[in-house]
Design a binder for this molecule. Structure first.
Ligand code: GLN
Length: 542
């Protein structure tokens, strides 16, 4: 029978609960255990697919096409666990299912449908579902902060769940903040006491406390936390802010003995911890040999999490190339206002990520023109591919009015158009072309060189595509479709021939990159950027 780890958060949001869960999953895997991870989000949207990146950050897409919370990206980057749409539930998704059952009239036998037991049963069923396959530990993260009204059904459900399967098969981990008060010159444990108090009020006694802190927590403070929170002293774990990278988090948790506590308390049969490979990877982050400046030109540049997986994948590419990737965040509208030269001079690579809507489009196109004409490596992702196509059509094919019908429905040259399968779609949630689709690569292309395979699978999230009426004209002028859906109907990759590295893809490669296995396209893009930097340096020296 699988054991269960429940992770709650207290005091404030944004403590890095997702990262902590991912790190725990990774540590357990490195002890030879099979884990699965799941997140409950208390908001009422059915999924984050319809939310603005300002609200929610990136929407993370899974192989099965589920549009999920970005914490699932951490889960996938840190572990080998398989993630599916069963790994992310919101209040909306739970209620939707309860309400559908009620409307069908078969399930509730005429009873009054209530939060307890019907909603909590639905939540518990979701937890059980993850424990069905071969798995040793299921890690369930409860989004939000203890005390939030919306989170209550989830907390009540996990309390009941532990009663159902036996308290000895469950472990409650509470992540809190131990703030430092400058004026008093000390760390404060009271917020932690209060938030644990709140958990205990609803019947959950945490077994482990992970305390986020900017400063070391003294043994005395740990004693105090243990005493007031009724937690074993050894189970008060410090999680200090990391200096270089999020990938240090599991190492620091292991140093503080977390994996051993979990294994002991849950009586798991586990192998000794093996962190050699991971430590070597972190060492590469801390001691890079090269440096590349990569401009990301997008429209949510001020939001730290809007292009989360893209930033992570760039870091992974840096690790693979033993380089530090210096991110140059460029607001697309600024390019339109101030010109590309002012913002992109001196960068070694340009990346335009995915996106929706008109704002910033002309700036993105301008940035791509700059990269194309200055022979700066360019990597276009989804909208970044569509913009590259528009730019090429306007500048090289001379089709001044070229556009995507997303931005100009009456464009004379709709080089990007709505996919046929999307023509009749009216509803918004979960209706794009989503999830993993195969793509056949052209022999001799940069893409094939990167992947080292003729057929690949990548994740998608889009409504528009390259208009096939223009496919040949593009190819004749040097912008080649180098990746196609196996039946040849959808262009998935465009590559510019006469350029050091110009690859634009309709899919989202960033979702499949991992720190120890950088995505091949990101890896080669950063390698091309490093090569360019090196040759400009030699050029200057000459
Ligand atoms: N808006 C474009 C489309 O729907 C691009 C989507 C994206 O970049 N994810 O096709």
């Amino acid at each position: 029978m699988a054991k269960h780890l429940f992770v709650t958060g207290g005091v404030v949001s944004s403590l890095g609960k997702g990262l902590t869960c991912a790190s725990i999953g990774m540590l357990l895997e490195q002890r030879g255990l099979r884990v699965r991870l799941q997140k409950f989000d208390p908001y009422i949207n059915v999924d984050p697919g319809t939310m603005s990146p300002y609200q929610h950050g990136e929407v993370y897409v899974l192989d099965d096409g589920a549009e999920t919370d970005l914490d699932l990206g951490h889960y996938e980057r840190f572990t080998q666990a398989v993630l599916t749409r069963d790994c992310n539930y919101t209040t909306g998704k739970i209620y939707l299912s309860v309400i559908q059952k009620e409307r069908e009239g078969r399930y509730y036998e005429g009873k009054t449908v209530q939060v307890i037991p019907h909603v909590t049963d639905e939540i518990k069923a979701a937890i059980h579902r993850l424990a069905e396959d071969d798995v040793d530990v299921v890690i369930t993260e409860i989004g939000g902060t203890v005390g939030d009204i919306e989170g209550q059904p989830f907390l009540e459900a996990i309390r009941q769940f532990a009663m159902d399967v036996g308290r000895e098969n469950c472990l409650f981990i509470h992540l809190t903040l131990v703030p430092y008060l400058k004026a008093a010159g000390e760390l404060k444990t009271k917020p932690t006491q209060h938030s644990v108090g709140m958990l205990r009020q609803i019947g959950i006694q945490p077994d482990v406390l992970i305390c986020r802190s900017e400063h070391p927590i003294s043994p005395e403070d740990k004693d105090k936390i243990a005493l007031f929170c009724n937690v074993d002293r050894k189970a008060v774990i410090e999680e200090r802010d990391r200096q270089y990278s999020i990938y240090e988090v599991p190492l620091s948790l292991a140093n503080n003995g977390l994996d051993e506590i979990l294994v002991k308390q849950l009586k798991l049969k586990a192998a000794p911890l093996d962190l050699a490979g991971w430590s070597e990877m972190v060492d590469r982050i801390i001691h890079p040999k090269h440096e590349a400046r990569i401009a990301v030109v997008g429209k949510y540049m001020k939001h730290r999490d809007a292009y989360k997986s893209v930033y992570e994948a760039l870091d992974h590419a840096g690790i693979a190339n033993r380089a530090r990737v210096l991110l140059v965040r460029v607001e697309a509208e600024e390019v339109d206002n101030r010109g590309a030269e002012a913002l992109l001079d001196g960068v070694d690579g340009v990346l335009v990520p995915g996106g929706f809507g008109m704002r910033g489009i002309e700036g993105k196109i301008e940035a791509i023109r700059y990269a194309r004409t200055h022979k700066i490596p360019y990597f276009g992702i989804c909208l970044g591919m569509q913009c590259a196509v528009i730019e090429f059509a306007r500048s090289v094919l001379g089709l001044e009015d070229a556009n995507s019908t997303e931005f100009d429905p009456t464009a004379e040259h709709p080089v990007i158009c709505l996919m046929e399968e999307q023509q009749m779609v009216r509803e918004r949630g979960g209706t794009m072309r989503l999830g993993s689709w195969p793509c056949a690569l052209a022999g001799g292309s940069r893409a094939e060189h990167a992947y080292g395979a003729p057929l690949i699978h990548e994740r998608h999230r889009h409504r528009y595509e390259l208009n096939n009426a223009y496919r040949n004209t593009f190819a004749q002028h040097g912008l080649h479709p180098s990746g196609l859906s196996p039946d040849g109907s959808i262009v998935e990759i465009m590559e510019l021939q006469d350029h050091p590295w110009f690859v634009a893809v309709q899919f989202h490669p960033e979702f499949k990159s991992k720190p120890m296995k950088a995505h091949p396209l990101f890896r080669d893009f950063v390698a091309a950027a490093l090569a360019r930097r090196e040759s400009t340096r030699l050029g200057h020296e000459r």
